[in-house]
Design a binder for this molecule. Structure first.
Ligand SMILES: [Zn+2]
Length: 116
């Protein structure tokens, strides 16, 4: 893992449309993402994630954020602390969602445990 400071950028004003379903999203987050290549090289990059009310529903961390947005269509900044916590939890869940091999690993894990 890298040691440089993690900085997450949030865009609430004009988030892009969802790359999965093309609907309006609520929030764009950019966060540092580092990973280690198979040969052991560290790579530092930035990943982006959008919060989509359609695609992200059903994931616990996203659901809580969506709930907050749903109150009156915009955020209640009286509760910035809650918002920050929920965003952090959501980014954490997105960050740990591997891009390509998640399903495969999942299957393998289930197979290993004898669930398949
Ligand atoms: Zn979507």
């Amino acid at each position: 893992m890298s040691t440089h400071e993690e900085e997450t950028l949030l865009a609430l004003a004009d988030p892009p449309v969802c790359d999965r379903c093309s609907s309006m999203t609520l929030l764009l987050a950019q966060f540092p993402h580092s990973w280690t290549k198979a040969r052991g090289e560290d790579v530092n990059g930035v990943r982006e994630a959008v919060l989509c009310p359609a695609c992200d529903r059903g994931q616990p961390a996203a659901d809580k954020l969506l709930e907050l947005f749903a109150k009156d269509g915009k955020l209640d900044f009286a509760d910035v602390e809650t918002f920050a916590e929920l965003v952090a939890a959501w980014i954490d869940s997105v960050r740990h969602r591997p891009l390509d091999t998640a399903a495969l690993n999942n299957e393998h894990e289930r197979w290993r445990r004898g669930e398949l």
